[in-house]
Write a protein that binds this ligand. Structure first.
Ligand code: ADP
Ligand code: MG
Length: 501
């Protein structure tokens, strides 16, 4: 039912249902909550394996099951990983921490409560910078806290029953919560891409949304542009890719603007995204929200983050993408675009750094990575880990181009794919075997030149009458006849000698 009484044409941007909705009058407001599974060997409070997968219910000790008489013990590495993330985002690190029990019943929560940080998130505040087409935006973080994951309910194993796998129960997570600073699906997309990059650089989470090791809930509201208070939010769950987060936000914002534009109230509720349909549907409303009855976990003593521990973590932080981009630009003189693309992925940085151990032609090295290597990987749907060519071998191929023995296009289009197929072969041997080495043999090139010029006597006489631009055509013809083998510089020189005499 449409509530016409609230359709108020006197408020700019708010139109009656009989008019088209003016989407431009509204601002979208988004805050994201991201759960990232930490790559520790063991769980947050016991020695059970934290590895993904495994035979169901094999990574479960009595501690994971919360049996009476068992005692949890904090995993120091998980705390270290959480702090790494906080330092990378310029958060303030909480020194005096405790864990709380968040009580609720769920079949995959064997203890009947989840151990989480309640009033003392280990990291407070902080920022993540994102780049949008119109410039940089700073997204403020509210907090990053540690908690344990729940198990997994499996609804497709048995036709009549839901099965439960508790391998994941107790695996350490950090929850990274933003302020409501994002303004579009595109910004959320950029933020999550950046966040995942940082997690991977820090080697604390593999960032794989499809496998659930990084999960995101999106809080969305809308308001008239210029409004200073926030609109009522809805929270969208079950977003299993960065792309789906963007789709869900765009759908949800459109739905909310539709409601508000008609003067209808937005209900604060939790919704689920249906990726197939591209729509959301209501799961539960705020009235049904849980009261978690938080209290400090009596089995876990509060823990202090000492200055020494913090300093050790700070000293061990790897260079972050932004720092590396700056270094590549200033020290190696790479264009910003090249530096950014290389730094998108830690593995490509590692490869690039090895490659420039063999050559000082940094720009050529970047060209190779951004060009043939990246498109080769994309074509095969592979990532850097699958790339078989050793940096030293690629450097030797680059060297052949530099020495003028191969043109870049022959090297990239013919030798490189052969090298990917047989990475242990020597690039020079491949070039010889395929008969692709450029000829610097004057006699051979002269023969091609004679053949080329004989085929276009009209153009030759035009050239002689002064149409010097035709030189390019002749060089091209020689290139064609020689199948790219004629050294272009030498060809050019010999052609001029021949035509001018
Ligand atoms: P809750 O108590 O419902 O979990 P929080 O205040 O903890 O809400 O915020 C959860 C997330 O929702 C945060 O990322 C926050 O920035 C975001 N958020 C809060 N209010 C709004 C709003 N009105 N519109 C969009 N996002 C919001
Ligand atoms: Mg919440």
């Amino acid at each position: 039912m449409v509530d016409l009484q609230h359709a108020d044409p006197a408020v700019p941007g708010r139109r009656s249902i009989y008019m088209a909705i003016n989407y431009d009058a509204y601002e979208i407001v988004v805050g994201l909550e991201v759960h990232a599974q930490l790559l520790t060997r063991t769980k947050l409070f016991c020695g059970d394996s934290a590895a993904f997968g495994g035979e169901p219910n094999t990574h479960v000790s009595p501690i994971t099951l919360g049996h009476p008489g068992t005692l949890p013990r904090l995993n120091r590495t998980a705390v270290e990983y959480a702090i790494r993330m906080g330092l990378a985002c310029n958060s303030e690190i909480e020194r005096h921490n405790y864990f709380a029990r968040k009580n609720y019943f769920y079949p995959d929560l064997p203890k009947g409560y989840q151990i989480s940080q309640h009033t003392t998130p280990v990291c407070k505040g902080g920022v993540v910078n994102i780049r949008m087409p119109d410039g940089q935006r700073t997204i403020r973080l509210n907090r990053i806290h540690l908690e344990e994951d729940a198990g997994k309910s499996l609804h497709d194993v048995d036709p009549d029953y839901t099965s439960v796998d508790l391998n994941r129960a107790g695996v350490p997570l950090i929850e990274i919560v933003t302020e409501p600073d994002l303004r579009s699906g595109d910004e959320a997309y950029a933020y999550l891409t950046e966040l995942r990059k940082i997690l991977r650089y820090l080697e604390i989470c593999d960032g794989n949304m499809e496998e659930g090791s990084m999960r995101c809930d999106a809080n969305v509201s809308v308001r008239l542009k210029g409004a200073t208070t926030l609109g009522t939010k809805v929270e969208v769950k079950n977003l299993n890719s960065i792309r789906n987060v963007r789709r869900a936000i765009e759908f949800e914002a459109g739905r909310l603007i539709g409601l508000v534009d008609q003067g209808m109230a937005v209900r604060q509720e939790t919704r689920s995204f249906d990726a197939g349909a591209g729509t959301t549907f209501a799961l539960r409303t705020k009235e049904e929200a849980n009261d978690y009855r938080y209290f400090a976990d009596p089995d876990l003593p509060p823990f202090e983050v000492t200055e020494a521990f913090l300093e050790k973590i700070r000293a061990g932080l790897p260079p972050l993408p932004e720092q590396l981009v700056a270094t590549f630009r200033t020290v190696l003189q790479l264009p910003e675009y090249d530096a950014r693309v290389i730094c998108d992925d830690k593995d490509s940085v590692a490869y690039f750094e090895k490659l420039i151990g063999y050559t000082t032609n940094y720009k050529a090295a970047a060209n190779w990575l951004l060009g043939p290597v990246k498109s080769g990987l994309n074509e095969k749907g592979q990532d850097w880990k699958d790339f078989p060519v050793a940096p030293a071998a690629l450097a030797r191929l680059m060297q052949l181009v530099e020495e003028g023995r191969l043109s870049f296009s022959i090297a990239a289009e013919r030798i490189f794919p052969a090298l990917v197929e047989q990475p242990s072969r020597e690039p020079l041997d491949i070039a010889i075997a395929l008969n692709l080495l450029q000829s610097s043999d004057t006699t051979e090139i002269t023969a091609w030149i004679d053949q080329a010029l004989a085929g276009m006597p009209d153009k030759v006489s035009e050239y002689k009458k002064g149409k010097k631009g035709l030189i390019g055509l002749f060089v091209g013809e020689v290139k064609k006849l020689s199948k790219g083998k004629a050294d272009p510089r030498l060809t050019n020189q010999l052609l001029i000698e021949k035509l001018e005499n």
